[in-house]
Ligand binder design. Sequence first.
Ligand SMILES: [Zn+2]
Length: 96
Amino acid sequence: MKVTLVEALETPLRDPSPRQCLYERMRGELLEEEREALDRALDKVRTDPNNGQRKVYSTAWLASVLTSQGHPLSSATIQRHLRNSCSCRSRGDSDE
Ligand SMILES: [Zn+2]
């Protein structure tokens, strides 16, 4: 695609937020109230006192809810975000 000089000069070399993980990118596309609900859900996953298979709110649960609502995400992606080991939380640190 041919870009005019004006367009080229207005296009930054780097995306200002290139390091968002899939989870964060999906979150950015949600409506305000959906985003709040998602944050609450993630909190429940984070603070669920049960372990492993007994978890009521797990990343697998969140992944299946999101996927069934048209936002396909894997539980591994959510897990990484939850553990702050995804790309959007490691800003300034070394890459994974
Ligand atoms: Zn993330």
